[in-house]
Structure formats: structure tokens, C-alpha cells
Design a protein. Structure first.
Lengths: 151, 151
DNA sequence: CTCATTGCAAATAATTTGCATGTAA
DNA sequence: TTACATGCAAATTATTTGCAATGAG
């Protein structure tokens, strides 16, 4: 688990710079995100947040996640199921994803050697890298067992 | 440029197997795709196709591109601008993408060493890979010149 | 007090689908 | 002839936005 305080500070700084205000809705959403900032969708997060305050509207969740993304606290991902998912923008421990095409489970992996080769590719083309996506779609071990049981 | 005939055969086989018919609209769309099968969007393809037959509806383009995708002739990509783009599903010459965040230009790259490391990652997690996405987002050489001119 | 924020509903944008009509095979 | 295909418009889905009411600083 990353250093959450660092992210809270990052968000506070961004909000101060932009003259944004903190509200109970925002706090509830941000807290809910920090509880388990791992590939949550808006809908999942909204459900979590409504346990604390049932009146929070989904537009507020969209707006707050956009705020988290702009402030550099969260990264937005799209894994092919048509909706955005968010996770902590943890550069220190950068990882990429394996996505199961059967059960949609997401597994993280780190591969510094791939990152290095990737930097070389960017350099070869004269690109200044901002970010990247590396996603491997396939069938996870669990689903391999389910899909082709010996019979 | 890949062996287009191979892809035409692949499509014909798929259509035969499914009992699908060839129509002048489908032919026009497929031909237009084959002319330049490089990251076209539905809208771009529709424009191209309408030069030949102005009456073709956009639903037909959607349906035909889905057909191309299902038959293994085309791959669908989403590069973050909110719409689907299609390219030839050329496994022999597999490549990934560099996307300029300024001008949205897409550059292809091949990196067999990355692919190999990626296979190792999948194996390490017991995944059976179906396909992958590796996209590097950054600023291309042209836009670097535009964005920060010496002044 | 002032201006950002919220919740709601309506607006978008990309894509999909129902259906009457057209048309391959 | 017998389904499959098409074009249109309406439906869907995820997300965004206008606006009046609310609330933070």
C-alpha cells in the first residue's frame, strides 16, 4: 500500500491552487477511493460512498474522480468493458495489467526490463513519453480450469 | 503491406461458415477498409465509402466492421479519443503503437524483445495470452517543435 | 456575501437495435 | 422464395452539463 498521505497532500495542493473547496461529499468519495484504490469503477465507488451518505449523486462521483485524475492522484483506465476504472497514480511502484477475458479479473505486474525497452523505443522515435498502457488480455489460471475441465 | 488476399479468404470462409451474404454495401466497405487499413475510425471509413455509394448508412459500417473483427480480419483499438479505430489483424507483422497526445498521430513500432518478455510475464502468472495492447502516449517530434519554440 | 458545489434531469456521443423494406442465393 | 441485409430512427450506455438550490470560506 502506498503512502496515502502523500496523495492527500497532492490533492490538497491542487485544490488550493485552483481555489476549490472541500465538501462532505468530496471527502466521502475521496476517502472511499483511498480505502481500496484498485481499479474501481464509478458505479462501485458510488455504491461504497452511499453506505455513508445515501444522497450523494453520481454526477458528483464523476466530477470528483475527474478531480483526482487531474490532480495526479488517480489514473484512469479502460480495460475493454466499456467503463472507466481508477487506481492510485503510484509512479514509484509502476505496474501494468493482465486482464482475464473470461472473468474480467485484473492482475498487476511489474516488469522494469520491459519499461526500459519501452523507453528505448520512445527514444528511437524521438517521442517524449507521458504515460503508457501495457495490457495483456488472456485467460487466467482459474478460468482455464473452469473452461476446459478434463471429461 | 500485408497479403490482402489472405484476409479476403479469411473473411469469405467466415461468411460461408455463418451463412452470411455478400452485398454491394459490404463489398464497398470491405474494399475501402483494405485500401488503407490503418487505424481508421467508423466515421472516416464511412466518408470514404460514401464517395462510392452515398446511400450507405452508418449502421451498416458498424455492422461490417464488427464482422471484420469477428472474422479475425481486423483488430479494434481505442486510443483514448473515445472512438474505435480499426486496423488489419496482421499477426505475422505484429506491432504496437506510439500515440501523440498533442496531434493524435499514431506511429507503429515493433519490439520482439518486449513481446518475449511479455510472454514470460504471462507465463509467470499462468495466463494464456489472447492478445495485448502496448501503447506509449507522449509528444511526437513534430509537436515538440511546435510546443516549445525557442523565443 | 460570494462563488464553488451539489443533485437532478436533460444533453451528448458513440454504438446498438427494432422493424419495414430490399435483395442475395 | 426464404432468410439475411439495409437504412432509418429510436434505444442504449457511459459520461457530461445546465441550472436552481445549497453551502464553504
Amino acid at each position: 500500500m502506498a503512502d496515502l498521505q502523500r496523495f492527500r497532500d497532492m490533492l490538497a495542493a491542487y485544490m488550493a491552487k485552483k481555489g476549490l473547496r472541500s465538501t462532505k461529499q468530496r471527502d466521502a468519495i475521496v476517502d472511499a477511493f483511498f480505502v481500496q484504490p484498485d481499479h474501481v469503477s464509478i458505479e462501485e465507488l458510488l455504491a461504497r460512498v452511499r453506505e455513508r451518505d445515501a444522497a450523494i449523486g453520481y454526477a458528483t462521483v464523476y466530477r470528483t474522480l475527474k478531480l483526482l485524475t487531474e490532480s495526479g492522484v488517480a489514473d484512469e483506465h479502460r480495460f475493454g468493458d466499456g467503463l472507466a476504472r481508477y487506481e492510485l497514480a503510484d509512479e514509484e511502484a509502476h505496474h501494468d495489467h493482465l486482464i482475464c477475458v473470461e472473468c474480467a479479473k485484473i492482475t498487476e505486474f511489474e516488469a522494469p526490463d520491459i519499461e526500459r525497452l519501452q523507453d528505448e523505443v520512445a527514444k528511437r522515435f524521438g517521442f517524449v513519453t507521458r504515460f503508457h498502457k501495457h495490457e495483456i488480455y488472456g485467460v487466467c489460471p482459474d478460468c482455464q480450469k473452469k473452461t476446459k475441465p478434463r471429461r
